[in-house]
Design a protein around this ligand. Structure first.
Ligand code: SF4
Ligand code: SF4
Length: 94
């Protein structure tokens, strides 16, 4: 059986993006004082990135794993909810 890369596995999933309501919202003022920014290495979908030293985030492609919510060291930085019904990820592997 052929082994797929992480990128290939993620590409199998289907996302229905809620353009009207982000299910994860960052308080970027709090993020600005976060020293380690662990979300940039912990998110399995790579949705947290640094641009000119500032955090950049796009909720489209979120796997809804909750990792960022758990590892974020700054209270109040992440407002995390599951997407509204009918939106979000459909896992298709297997
Ligand atoms: S870990 Fe939390 S506070 Fe730090 S940059 Fe990421 S989301 Fe912001
Ligand atoms: S819930 Fe998981 S996939 Fe979604 S942004 Fe947080 S760490 Fe990334």
């Amino acid at each position: 059986m052929k082994r797929l890369s992480i990128e290939q596995l993620l590409g199998i999933n289907k996302f229905i993006v809620d353009e009207e309501a982000a299910h994860i919202v960052l308080n970027k003022e709090i993020c600005a004082v976060c020293a380690g920014k662990p979300c940039t290495v912990a998110c399995p979908a790579g949705l947290y990135t640094l641009k000119d030293g500032k955090i950049s985030f796009d909720y489209a492609g979120c796997l809804e794993c909750g990792t960022c919510r758990v590892i974020c060291p700054q209270a109040g930085a992440i407002n995390w909810q599951y997407p509204r019904g009918g939106f979000g990820i459909n896992y298709r592997y297997g």
